[in-house]
Design a protein around this ligand. Structure first.
Ligand code: 5GP
Length: 120
């Protein structure tokens, strides 16, 4: 799937749409989800045009992969999620429920999530 430069997160990265940012470095931007599904619901996105984790893991330069993954960890710690724990999620494609075609890691916290995902 080709990257669509008009997706909503590309617009956020270009500053065309506002967001409530919680963290930013050269590799990543993190901001509150507009429609939170948990008491804490933050999205972490790479500052580069990758559709999904599949695309990113295959195509991104090593420096970007490391920088982005480290940023995800930094954001989780900064949000105070290390204890008592949290959930990380990356939806990919139609069956995965991905709505925005720019890689994003969901960080959910502030409640117990149970063992796994809900059945469809
Ligand atoms: P997906 O289903 O693609 O994994 O998740 C996309 C997420 O992006 C959803 O949780 C949705 O609420 C969030 N979202 C969509 N548009 C915007 C927006 O304009 N701003 C922010 N902050 N979040 C958005």
């Amino acid at each position: 799937m080709a990257y669509d430069p008009n997706n909503v997160f590309a617009k956020i990265l270009r500053g065309e749409i506002p967001c409530k940012a919680v963290y930013e470095d050269e590799f990543a931007l993190a901001f509150h989800d507009i429609n939170p599904q948990a008491p804490i619901h933050v999205l972490v996105i790479p500052k580069a045009p990758y559709v999904s984790m599949l695309d990113f893991s295959a195509e991104a330069p090593a420096e970007m992969v490391v920088g982005f993954i480290r940023a995800v960890g930094t954001v989780a710690r900064q949000l105070g999620l290390e204890e008592p724990g949290f959930r990380m999620l990356a939806n990919i494609g139609a069956d995965g429920g991905q709505e925005v075609p720019h890689l994003h890691i969901h960080l959910f916290g502030g409640q117990k999530f149970g063992r796994m995902i809900a059945k469809a």
